[in-house]
Design a binder for this molecule. Structure first.
Ligand SMILES: Cc1cc2nc3c(=O)[nH]c(=O)nc-3n(C[C@H](O)[C@H](O)[C@H](O)COP(=O)(O)OP(=O)(O)OC[C@H]3O[C@@H](n4cnc5c(N)ncnc54)[C@H](O)[C@@H]3O)c2cc1C
Length: 366
């Protein structure tokens, strides 16, 4: 039997490598002209919450069976990636809420490609391929789908590979699949707003990660941030998406500039935004009365990295129909499979790894 896999990113490559270990033939279809998807552009920290209860608290609307699988299966998945030769650059996440490692994204992609067998670049998957694993990386790249489900108040900045346009979701829905919770949610970052230039190789470096340290105003000068911004700031980024132009101003004082957040000071992030050509003003240039302790106002836009809702799956990565019954020969993993982190944020690479491998195991035992 040949397992067809749509997408040569994290989920698709993990599935292909695992399926081949289990004796299946595989073909990986890749729409883009390179393998690696958003994984190759990422910070590559593969992580989980400490236990299932913590996961539940952080992502209260996610499916608890999928969350339990992720907690149970991630550590062996990481060990397996190491065994394939992927290079670990940090042995911890630097976040006391989470456990995991940081891989070098190039080394991880290369290790997976070596193990994945046939990868057909620049070829979208054929609709009639069967059995089929959907691993196309979510729908953030499709403006229409984003407008329909997320309904931002302005143009979001696409902070992801440009090929993930919901092809997996469209096929699954056409075949009667159910949709997961969280279709209106996404994981992203505040990024320097236009006219800043934000090329994909600067997605990580240009993220503005200090919303919780800033006075956050929308383009009309109104303060709107959630009262308790979450540690990942995903809730703040989603809130920005719903303000005029999907943009905001992060106004920071001298004290905040010296604060270090995940290895960089706020000052460094502000200067990076300015270096990219973004609007970094003196607060009095905003035309509102602000205390003189404020040093800079940085114009940001909500950047979308991946969607959180998507295709409904079970804990063996089988696509479920609207009644919760598995659709024969159809699997989904990675950002195509939704509802794992609904209500919060969890590692997209981790779910791609765990459910990609699970999809291969389920297909091999079918
Ligand atoms: C800047 C940045 C930083 C990030 N940092 C982290 C991090 O530190 N930790 C973390 O957990 N996550 C991080 N992520 C998110 C992570 O990269 C994604 O969650 C992960 O790659 C999702 O895996 P995937 O396989 O679903 O999608 P991808 O890895 O994006 O792969 C999807 C693949 O499908 C292909 N495709 C799309 N449509 C088709 C089609 N019709 N036919 C064939 N192929 C198709 C795409 O071209 C792509 O190659 C980051 C992402 C970015 C962009």
């Amino acid at each position: 039997m040949t397992l067809h896999i749509a997408g040569a990113g994290m989920a698709g490559l993990c599935a292909a490598a695992r399926a081949r270990e289990l004796g299946l033939e595989t073909v990986v279809w890749e729409k883009g002209d390179r393998a690696g998807g958003s994984m190759l552009l990422s910070s590559c920290v593969v992580w989980r919450y400490l236990d299932a209860d913590a996961f539940r608290q952080e992502c209260p609307h996610g499916d608890p069976r999928l969350q339990a699988q992720l907690i149970e299966r991630l550590d062996e998945g990481i060990a397996w990636l190491r065994s394939l030769g992927a290079e670990v650059v940090w042995e911890e996440t630097g976040n006391p809420r989470t456990l995991g490692v940081r891989f070098d994204p190039r080394s991880l992609t290369d290790a997976l490609v070596r193990a994945a067998g046939e990868v057909r670049l620049s070829e979208a998957f054929p609709d009639d391929a069967a059995p089929l694993l959907l691993a196309t990386g979510g729908f953030q790249g499709d403006r229409e789908l984003v407008r329909e489900h997320i309904a931002p108040a302005g143009e979001l900045l696409l902070r992801a590979n440009r090929w993930s346009t919901g092809d997996g979701l469209k096929l699954a829905l056409a075949r009667g699949a159910g949709a997961s919770a969280g279709l209106g949610e996404f994981y992203g970052r505040a990024m320097p707003a236009p006219p800043a230039a934000v090329p994909e190789e600067r997605f990580v470096e240009l993220a503005q990660l200090y919303g919780a340290r800033a006075l956050v105003l929308d383009d009309a000068g109104e303060e709107f941030a959630p009262e308790q911004i979450s540690w990942s700031e995903t809730d703040l980024v989603q809130a920005i998406a719903r303000r005029p132009n999907a943009q905001a101003w992060y106004v920071v004082d001298e004290e905040a500039l010296a604060v270090e957040i995940r290895g960089r000071t706020v000052r460094e992030m502000v200067l990076a935004a300015r270096d990219a050509g973004g609007d970094v003003l003196l607060p009095n240039e905003l035309g509102i009365d602000l205390p003189s302790t404020y040093a800079y106002a940085v114009h940001v836009v909500a950047g979308i990295t991946h969607t959180i809702g998507g295709i409904r799956i079970d804990d063996r990565a089988r696509v479920l129909d609207v009644d919760g019954e598995p659709l024969e020969g159809l699997y989904a993993a990675g950002a195509d499979a939704g509802g794992i982190a609904a209500g919060g944020y969890a590692s997209g690479l981790a779910s791609a790894l765990v459910f990609g491998r699970l999809a291969a195991e389920t297909a091999a035992s079918a």
